[in-house]
Design a protein around this ligand. Structure first.
Ligand code: NDP
Length: 479
């Protein structure tokens, strides 16, 4: 397969010039534009480091709240002075419980039922919402998969039930998630490892689309970054769509609500910081589900293969580390001054505006093939061509106006502004809640570099023309 792609790399291909002008023919490599076929030492070391440290990092950030009121330095000081040992810390942490296992089983099963058995009806009455069966992007092998988009509906049903329980039925306490938080960590880890291992084995034994599998020859890299591109069970159970969106992202807002309920139970009030975190993150989550069809065209679905990075990451990393601010505020109930709260809200909303508008501009531009209006004008763009693994020639356009003319990834910049707002809502007492912005910066800068490497392989000299036209990545004039 690799050699077939390499042969394609030498094919003569036609390249179109900027803005649909005269075309020219050039001898240029088509490139291997999917995930890497070969692993360099740096990537391999990073993969092994992450596999070994990420689970402990999650445990650390949750444990420090449970045992040290979210002080990150205190356990290190105690370990250094001999006051605590790794064993004593471990022994104090709540262990696996069958109650947590039951809660988590019911939770995941319920999300599977909503995903598989309740076809979307919300798109029939919500104007502007794209739900139901939608096409994904073309895979490197040239396939276009179909997806049942019903995430918004699942989120609405789940939250309606949560509300009904809290207000009327009282089947369980709204603090149930917080009260079982560390036992739930063990359950999510079990699912994360089971799913990643299953996906790994499945890729060898019964892949969904063999043409879209990538074997690098390195077992760690294959396990972490995935082999199969779009593993599925049956026609519709798509691993990426399910695990990326639910159960982690549907849970995100419920976890925050559980934290707010815990503040109410412990202190008799909910702080304005907790309300800010709940509101800003709920906007982000709802945005995700409202735009789930658009999400099919993002890097997670379009380019990443399904391995531990996505499987374990979605089950464990996302629900535990994306919700650190609310957890912190349960242990440290910060009440912000009006000015501070207003500044956080403004930063969060402006960040969201930049994030959403940038994503929307690209989506509109690609859907209409450039026949639209961006900032009141016809968008400018660079025409480019690429080949899929089956050798077919395709054409695409890279927009050079609107937010995409200011920098190449202003959607990430907006995302980072929003992430900083969540952290700043927690005040400046501890660095614990700021881990999120550090992590998001690393994630999105790395993603930006990774994406640009892929685009450069995919579009060759056309990508160079684009980067000449829009020279900065995240911050105009700086990076
Ligand atoms: P993008 O939505 O920016 O997609 C990048 C792709 O867009 C490129 O690979 C290329 O794809 C295409 N593209 C690049 N430049 C242009 C252009 N000028 N005109 C038209 N198309 C272009 O990236 P992501 O999928 O990573 O992110 C989507 C959103 O999700 C972002 O806002 C990000 O912040 C957010 N996100 C959030 C995460 C979180 O954990 N909170 C994690 C990851 C992402 P093609 O091959 O089609 O040309």
């Amino acid at each position: 397969m690799s050699s077939a792609v390499a042969m394609e790399a030498t094919r003569r291909r036609q390249r179109l010039s900027s803005n649909g002008g005269a075309s020219e023919t050039t001898e240029e490599p088509a490139g291997q534009w999917g995930r890497a076929w070969e692993v360099d030492w740096f990537s391999l070391s990073a993969v092994i480091l992450l596999l070994c440290t990420a689970p402990f990092l999650v445990f650390f950030f949750v444990m420090v709240c449970d045992q040290y009121q979210c002080s990150v330095s205190q356990p290190l000081v105690e370990l250094y002075s001999g006051e605590a040992t790794l064993r004593s810390i471990w022994e104090k942490a709540p262990s696996f419980t069958w109650t947590a296992a039951q809660i988590y089983t019911v939770w995941v099963s319920f999300q599977v039922v909503l995903y598989m058995c309740v076809p979307d009806i919300t798109h029939k009455f919500l104007p502007g919402y794209a739900g139901g069966v939608q096409d994904g992007a073309r895979t490197p092998a040239g396939l276009i998969n179909k997806y049942e988009i019903n995430g918004l509906q699942s989120w609405l049903i789940t939250h309606a039930l949560w509300y009904a329980n809290a207000q009327y039925f009282h089947w369980f306490s709204p603090t149930i998630i917080f009260d079982n938080w560390i036992p739930l960590l063990w359950c999510t880890n079990i699912l994360g490892y089971v799913v990643s291992t299953f996906a790994f084995v499945k890729a060898y034994l019964f892949p969904t689309n063999a043409e879209d599998c990538k074997f690098t020859g390195n077992v760690f890299y294959n396990y972490m970054m995935g082999i199969e591109f779009n593993p599925r069970i049956g026609k519709w159970f798509d691993f990426k769509l399910f695990f990326n969106g639910r159960p982690g992202i549907v849970a995100w807002t419920l976890i925050n609500l559980s934290y707010a309920a815990k503040q109410q139970e412990l202190y008799g009030y909910v702080t304005n910081s907790m309300i800010l975190v709940n509101v800003l993150q709920a906007i982000y989550v709802l945005d995700f589900f409202w735009n789930e069809a658009w999400y099919l065209k993002t890097i997670d679905i379009c380019h990443d293969h399904f391995g531990w990075y996505l499987g374990w990451g979605d089950c464990v990393w996302l629900p535990f580390l994306y919700t650190l601010q609310g957890l912190y505020l349960v242990y440290n109930p910060v009440q912000l001054s009006t000015t501070h709260a207003a500044a956080v809200l403004l930063l969060g909303l402006v960040g969201y505006y930049v994030f959403r508008s940038t994503n929307h501009q690209k989506d509109l531009f690609r859907r209409t093939e450039g026949k639209c209006s961006v900032w009141g004008k016809k968008p400018t763009f660079i025409e480019c061509a690429y080949r899929s693994g089956d050798g077919s020639l395709h054409h695409s356009k890279l927009m050079t106006s609107g937010f995409w003319g200011v920098a190449r990834h202003l959607n990430y910049t907006g995302d980072l502004m929003g992430s900083l707002a969540y952290c700043a809502a927690c005040g400046f007492g501890h660095i614990h809640p700021y881990f999120y912005i550090v992590y998001m910066t690393i994630l999105l800068v790395h993603r930006c570099v990774r994406d640009e490497h892929r685009c450069s392989s995919k579009y060759g000299k056309d990508w160079k023309r684009y980067t000449d036209a829009v020279p900065y990545r995240l911050l105009p004039g700086i990076f």
